[in-house]
Write a protein that binds this ligand. Structure first.
Ligand code: ZN
Length: 77
């Protein structure tokens, strides 16, 4: 399961990362940039659900796969 950093004081959440350490690094950068290195109350790294691509991204992926299949068929003929 991926991880993300959450700062409730800024109401901000990092992108999801597979490595917990990367989410913590994102939090370190946020803390240094926004809170002068201090730890805002309630900040934490949490595990998140696996995020599936939305339908627009799936449509784009299907289009690319279809183009690759057509290219392979044209080469085979
Ligand atoms: Zn913050």
């Amino acid at each position: 399961m991926p991880y993300r950093y959450n700062c409730p004081r800024c109401a901000i959440t990092s992108p999801s990362y597979w490595a917990e350490g990367r989410a913590q690094e994102w939090g370190d950068e946020h803390r240094d940039g926004r809170h002068d290195g201090g730890h805002p109350y309630g900040e934490h790294v949490e595990q998140t659900r696996l995020e599936l691509p939305d339908t627009g991204q799936l449509g784009a992926l299907a289009f690319v796969v279809a183009l690759l299949l057509v290219a392979l068929l044209v080469q085979a003929v």
